[in-house]
Ligand binder design. Structure first.
Ligand SMILES: *[C@@H]1O[C@H](CO)[C@@H](O)[C@H](O)[C@H]1NC(C)=O
Ligand SMILES: *[C@@H]1O[C@H](CO)[C@@H](O)[C@H](O)[C@H]1NC(C)=O
Ligand SMILES: *[C@@H]1O[C@H](CO)[C@@H](O)[C@H](O)[C@H]1NC(C)=O
Length: 501
């Protein structure tokens, strides 16, 4: 706990104390030397990172995403699982990584030290070392205490942590890699921040968790979503969700809260204080604003929220309960849109990206990392510029089932109320659905048939803010159609040239 205060007063460069060589592991020492001499310690200053989720139908190649991170000077990334291709792409990048373990694995890891050893060996040890991935954290479960899971994961969390910590120690990594547990803000509650307390049924288990984290020098990781508060409650004052000041501040004794983020953060600080850990460092594991699929989800709101948040965090002003002490790290949610996510929370769930699925910035954002604006992904491999739309010469009476199938498999969430394609009319709806499905099927010609109701077009059917996507490919095998296409053009050009001669 003392370490925490000292660390913050030293300024924002927390890498050195966090990466202190503990024990005499030759391996860890070598790793540290490599890092120091490659100058990574200097660039690891910023507290702003991103979540990189991969639940997309059109995945960019991992190396393209790593280049995107580098272009934008993003030095910290959080992953939801140990995807081998993603971890390989991060090797040698110098980017600090938090690797997630899905909740479904907690039962096994909690009951078997051998399973924990194997997980660490297969999913961590393989990737680290010289020229490897700079893994700093392992997120054990993702929001395992979420109310909607009705407690199904909660008893596995601490035993899984204990096993994994022993596995880390056996692998000589315990001094370098920290275990954390990202919690949803629904783990605590209060009317005003200073009254913050963990939910009564969680108090015991969270106390064990926090005591474990504290004894290993790990921070508490929390996900905070003012957007969801606004979305879920019609009396939530809209301006309280943002950082621009509010006409509805929360007055808490001598403290005044003008934004939901600070109020939520301090509720956690108070809750931690109540169980004896008021000084525990806090990382924001997820925070962000979606751009589509709901009325309050749009580009302007997302830009204003994220910019307000970033400016607030990097100003170091902190909160009333932690003045001058902002969160250790803040991982924005999210880097890219993920069109294959469940829409159970709402249609907006697929639209949290600062970048669209293909790595194009949706709005101007200064991450505070050197660039004034987000920079787009480069060398994205698109499928050819063609779309599948409703055949204009057919009447669309029998289209309902086709549309339903297309939208069950592919993403049509922008068509819904509040979405960017909500106003494009009945025929537009059909075209949008057909195209989503066609791109998902990698532009397979058959997939645009729909009993003759679909037709392929070379004219972009996008209207206004409603974008009809063209898929991307992440593998060299599906890259071939594009190459064929280029080759046929070259052939045509060659013929043209030869003919003229
Ligand atoms: C490593 O992580 C991946 C992705 O989460 C998982 O599928 C795999 O089972 C893990 N390996 C072990 C040995 O648990
Ligand atoms: C964007 O969302 C904000 C709130 O999240 C809302 O106030 C605003 O009206 C929306 N803008 C548009 C153009 O829908
Ligand atoms: C298009 O589809 C959306 C989503 O199902 C619906 O809300 C909207 O009313 C449809 N538009 C027309 C003109 O049918």
């Amino acid at each position: 706990m003392k370490d925490y205060c000292r660390r913050r007063r030293q300024g924002r460069n927390m890498t050195a104390p966090r990466g202190r060589i503990i024990g005499s592991s030759f391996f860890v020492s070598v790793m540290m030397m490599v890092m120091m001499f490659s100058g990574l310690v200097l660039v690891a200053e910023s507290a702003i990172g991103v979540n990189w989720g991969t639940m997309s139908f059109h995945k960019l190649r991992p190396s393209t995403v790593v280049d995107l991170l580098k272009e934008n000077n993003i030095q910290k990334v959080k992953l939801f699982e140990a995807d081998p291709l993603v971890l390989k792409a991060l090797m040698g990048s110098g980017i600090q990584v938090m690797v997630g373990i899905p909740n479904e694995m907690l039962a096994t890891l909690s009951s078997s030290p051998a399973a924990a050893d194997l997980w660490i060996r297969q999913n961590i040890s393989t990737y680290i070392g010289k020229g490897g991935a700079d893994i700093r954290y392992i997120a054990v479960g993702n929001e395992p205490f979420l109310t909607s899971y009705s407690g199904q994961f909660q008893s596995y969390v601490v035993p899984a942590l204990v096993n994994l910590q022993q596995s880390l120690a056996r692998a000589n990594l315990a001094g370098y890699i920290k275990l954390v547990v990202p919690c949803n803000a629904d783990a605590y509650e209060a009317n005003v921040p200073s009254q913050g307390a963990f939910r009564p049924e969680l108090t015991q288990i969270i106390t064990q968790l926090v005591s474990f984290l504290n004894s290993n020098g790990s921070p508490f990781v929390v996900n905070i979503y003012p957007f969801l508060s606004l979305y879920e409650s019609s009396d939530f004052p809209q301006d309280y969700a943002f950082f621009e000041g509010t006409t509805h501040p929360v007055i808490d004794g001598g403290n005044t809260y003008s934004n939901a983020f600070d109020g939520n953060f301090d509720t956690l600080v108070a809750a931690l204080g109540k169980i004896g850990y008021g000084q525990m460092p806090i990382i924001i594991g997820e925070v962000g604003w979606p751009t589509d699929g709901a009325v309050g989800a749009n580009l302007t709101a997302a830009r204003v929220f994220n910019q307000g948040l970033i400016n607030h965090v990097i100003s170091n002003e902190g909160t009333p309960l932690r003045p001058g002490v902002p969160p250790m790290d803040v991982y924005l949610f999210s880097l890219l849109d993920e069109g294959a996510k469940s829409t159970l929370p709402g249609s907006f769930e697929r639209h949290w990206g600062m970048f669209s699925f293909d790595g194009q910035a949706k709005y101007a954002l200064n991450l505070g990392l050197g660039n004034k604006k987000l920079k787009n992904a480069r060398n994205v491999q698109y499928l050819p510029s063609r779309w599948c739309v409703a055949n204009p010469s057919r009447d669309l009476l029998d289209v309902a089932n086709h549309m339903k199938l297309a939208c069950t498999v592919a993403d049509c969430t922008t068509l819904n109320y509040g979405g960017s394609c909500n106003g494009i009319g009945a025929k537009g709806n059909v075209s949008y659905a057909f195209n989503s499905y066609y791109q998902l099927q990698m532009q397979n010609e058959q997939s645009c048939n729909f009993d003759g109701l679909g037709v392929i077009t070379f004219l972009d059917p996008s209207v206004g803010d409603c974008r009809f996507l063209v898929g991307v490919t992440d593998t060299s095998s599906s890259f071939r159609p594009y190459q064929r296409w280029v080759i046929s053009w070259l052939l045509i050009l060659w013929q043209f040239w030869a003919f003229r001669m």
